[in-house]
Write a protein that binds this ligand. Structure first.
Ligand code: MG
Length: 326
C-alpha cells in the first residue's frame, strides 16, 4: 500500500498509519497514553540534542535511515557524558512512500532504540506532496553523569587522541550505494553507549569527545583546536582504516580525514588514563579496532605526521562536494 495525502489528514487514515506503523513498533506506557506531551522523570543536569536525517538510499549495507536517526542523536548525547534516556521521532513522509518500507524503518528504529536503552516518548507524522521520500527528525534527552564536564575547550597539551575504530566506513558505504559500486563496505552506524558508559563508570578523565560524523575527523579536530587553543598532532600510520575503504578512497581520490562515520568517536583523554581508556574501548561493543592516533600539544591547527616522514596540515572540510550521508 502507498501513502496518500489522506494519511496526513488527521482522520482515520492517519490513525491507522500511526497505530500500524509507529505505535506498534514503539509501544510503551508513556507513548501509549497518547497525550499532547510526555511527562517524564528528570535529572540534575540533562543533555538535549536534535537532528534531522535525509539520507538516500533509505536502506544501505549496515543500516537504514531509522537506525541512523537513533544512533546520530544517541551518540551526540553520549559525547557530553550523558546517558541517553528519551527520544522523539518525527517523520515527514512524501506521498507515494510505501507502507511496508515505512514499517521496516519504524521497526529498525525501535530495535536500535532498544539497543541504545532509550524510550521513544513522543512522535509526529506529516504527509506532504512529493515522490515517496522519507525524512526523520529525532530529539534526544540524556541524563548527564554527576560532575561530567566534557567539551572541546577542555583539551590540554599532553592529552591522548583516541579513535574508537576504522574511519570512513559509513561515508564509503553510502557513496558505493549511490554510485552502484559493488563491494563489501558496510556502514558503521551504531550507538556507542557501551564504550562511553564503560569509560565513565571507570572514572576515565575524558576532556573532550565527539562522534566523527559529517566533515570527518579533520573537521572535528580543527574545531577542538579552535575551542581549546591547542595543536593536534596525528600519526598517519596509526589511523585505523578498513583496507577495502582505503582502496575505495584511492580510486576515488577521497581523504579519509574528511569522511563521515556514524559509529565512531574521538576522545581527548588525560595522559595518565590514555592506555586504560584504549583498553576499555577495545573491550566494548563496536570498539575492537580503537587506536591512540596522536597527541595534543601547544600550538594551533591539526598536523599529520605522514607515513613517509613528512608533515602536512589537515584543514576542515569546506564546501559540500559529497552526497548527503545522514
Ligand atoms: Mg556529533
Amino acid at each position: 500500500m502507498k501513502i496518500t495525502m489522506a494519511h496526513g489528514s488527521g482522520g482515520r487514515s492517519t490513525s491507522r498509519l500511526i497505530d500500524e506503523v509507529f505505535r506498534s513498533a514503539n509501544a510503551n506506557p508513556i507513548l501509549d497514553m497518547m497525550e499532547d506531551s510526555a511527562v517524564v522523570d528528570g535529572a540534575a543536569k540533562i543533555a538535549v540534542t536534535t537532528d534531522s536525517f535525509v539520507v538516500t538510499p533509505l536502506f544501505f549495507k549496515g543500516g537504514d535511515i531509522g537506525r541512523l536517526a537513533v544512533c546520530g542523536t544517541v551518540n551526540d548525547l553520549l559525547m557530553r557524558g550523558a546517558v541517553p534516556k528519551y527520544i522523539t521521532s518525527a517523520y515527514i513522509i512524501e506521498e507515494g512512500a510505501d507502507f511496508e518500507t515505512l514499517s521496516k524503518i519504524a521497526q529498525s528504529m525501535a530495535e536500535t532504540a532498544k539497543e541504545a536503552g532509550v524510550t521513544v516518548i513522543a512522535g509526529d507524522t506529516k504527509v506532504v506532496e512529493g515522490n515517496g521520500g522519507i525524512y526523520i527528525n529525532t530529539t534526544g534527552v540524556g541524563f548527564v553523569y554527576d560532575g561530567a564536564d566534557i567539551r572541546s575547550a577542555n583539551c590540554k597539551a599532553g592529552d591522548a587522541i583516541i579513535v574508537s575504530g576504522t574511519l570512513g566506513d559509513h561515508h564509503a558505504a553510502i557513496l558505493s550505494e549511490r554510485m552502484g559500486i559493488e563491494n563489501n563496505i558496510k556502514s558503521d552506524c551504531a550507538p556507542l553507549c557501551d564504550m562511553v558508559r564503560n569509560m565513565m563508570d571507570a572514572g576515565v578523565e575524558i576532556h573532550a569527545m565527539r562522534d566523527v560524523t559529517r566533515g570527518g575527523l579533520g573537521t572535528v579536530l580543527n574545531e577542538f583546536s579552535k575551542a581549546s587553543g591547542c595543536r593536534f598532532e596525528l600519526d598517519e600510520d596509526s589511523i585505523p582504516i578498513n583496507p577495502e575503504v582505503a582502496g575505495f578512497n584511492k580510486i576515488l581520490g577521497l581523504n579519509v580525514m574528511h569522511m563521515g562515520n556514524e559509529g565512531k568517536l574521538v576522545g581527548i583523554i588525560a595522559p595518565r588514563d590514555a592506555e586504560r581508556a584504549l583498553k576499555i574501548i577495545r573491550n566494548s561493543r563496536y570498539g575492537t579496532a580503537a587506536e591512540i592516533i596522536g597527541t595534543v600539544t601547544d600550538g594551533e591547527g591539526v598536523v599529520m605526521n605522514t607515513h613517509v616522514g613528512g608533515r602536512r596540515a589537515i584543514i576542515e572540510l569546506y564546501g559540500e562536494g559529497l552526497p548527503r550521508i545522514c
